[in-house]
Design a protein around this ligand. Structure first.
Ligand SMILES: Cc1cc2nc3c(=O)[nH]c(=O)nc-3n(C[C@H](O)[C@H](O)[C@H](O)COP(=O)(O)OP(=O)(O)OC[C@H]3O[C@@H](n4cnc5c(N)ncnc54)[C@H](O)[C@@H]3O)c2cc1C
Length: 231
C-alpha cells in the first residue's frame, strides 16, 4: 500500500497513513493490528496496532515509535509515496462496546495507539459505553495524540483521558498527576468493578504489571482483563 501521509506526533513517534488500493475493502475490528514489511526486506515483518478504527475506510493508520530496527526505519524513513506491504488486520484486543460497561484502558508510551481507535469508534457511533484512558508517559512532550484525545473527551461525556508523568524535569511544566500507574489510581477510576473491563497495551513489563494489579489488588477474574503485549 502507498503511504498517503505521515505525521510526526512527538519527536520520536510518527503516524503513517496507508491508502487502500483500488477495489480493496476488508471488514476488520477496531483494536486489531496489521503486519508491515518493506518491499526490500520481505521476511522482516512487524505488527502495528491500528490507531484508526473500523469505521475509517479507505486507509489504515498506524502510529509508530522510534524503537528497534523496524520502528526506527518507519519513523525516520517512511514518507509519502513509499510502498509498504500490509498483511490484513487480525487480533483479539477488541473493545467490549456494551452500554453498561466501563472500559479502563491503561497504556504506557506508544501503547496508547489502539485506545485512540477504541474512542474514535465510540464517538462516531455515539455509544454510551464509558471509556477511561490511564496513560503513563515520562514527560508531557511524550503524550501521543494529546489534542486528539482531549478533543474526543470534550465531545463525549463518557470518555476520560488521564495522564500521569513519571519524569518531569520542570515542576511548572506539568501540574497533573505524577508517578507510575498504581492500583489506587486504577481503583479510583472505577465505580462499578463488576462491569469494568481493564485493557493494557504496551511493553511486556508494563502489561504484566497491570495484569498483576487487576488480579491481585482488584481481585478480578481473567475475563475482565484484556492485554496486548508488544515485546
Ligand atoms: C500486536 C502488536 C502490536 C504492535 N503495535 C505497535 C504500535 O502500534 N506502535 C509501535 O511503535 N510498535 C508496535 N508494536 C511493536 C512493533 O511490532 C516492533 O516490535 C517495534 O516497532 C520495534 O521494531 P523491531 O521489532 O524491528 O525492533 P528490534 O530491533 O527487533 O528490537 C525490539 C526491541 O524493542 C522493544 N520494543 C518494541 N516496540 C516497542 C515500543 N513501541 N516501545 C518500547 N519498546 C519497544 C522490544 O521489547 C525489543 O527490546 C506492536 C507489536 C505487537 C506484537
Amino acid at each position: 500500500m502507498l503511504v498517503e501521509s505521515v505525521t510526526l506526533e512527538t519527536p520520536d513517534t510518527k503516524s503513517v497513513r496507508l491508502r487502500w488500493p483500488q477495489g480493496y475493502d476488508v471488514d476488520f475490528k477496531t483494536g486489531q493490528f496489521i503486519t508491515l514489511h518493506w518491499p526490500d526486506a520481505p521476511t522482516y515483518r512487524r505488527a502495528y496496532s491500528l490507531s484508526s478504527c473500523a469505521l475509517d475506510r479507505g486507509h489504515y493508520e498506524v502510529t509508530v515509535k522510534r524503537e528497534g530496527k523496524m520502528g526506527t526505519r518507519l519513523v525516520d524513513w517512511a514518507n509519502v509515496g513509499n510502498l509498504l506491504h500490509v498483511l490484513p488486520p487480525t487480533g483479539t484486543f477488541l473493545p467490549v462496546y456494551e452500554p453498561g460497561k466501563h472500559l479502563v484502558c491503561v497504556a504506557g508510551g506508544s501503547g496508547v495507539t489502539p485506545f485512540r481507535a477504541f474512542i474514535r469508534e465510540a464517538n462516531l457511533r455515539k455509544l454510551t459505553t464509558k471509556i477511561t484512558v490511564l496513560y503513563s508517559v515520562r514527560q508531557p512532550e511524550d503524550i501521543i495524540f494529546r489534542r486528539d484525545f482531549e478533543a474526543l473527551a470534550a465531545e463525549n461525556p463518557n470518555v476520560k483521558f488521564l495522564v500521569t508523568c513519571t519524569r518531569v524535569a520542570d515542576a511548572h511544566a506539568w501540574t497533573g498527576r505524577r508517578g507510575r500507574v498504581t492500583a489506587d489510581w486504577m481503583a479510583e477510576q472505577t465505580t462499578d468493578l463488576s462491569n469494568t473491563v481493564f485493557y493494557a497495551c504496551g511493553s511486556n513489563e508494563m502489561v504484566e504489571m497491570i495484569k498483576g494489579i487487576v488480579a491481585n489488588d482488584l481481585k478480578l477474574p481473567k475475563d475482565q482483563m484484556k492485554t496486548e503485549k508488544w515485546g
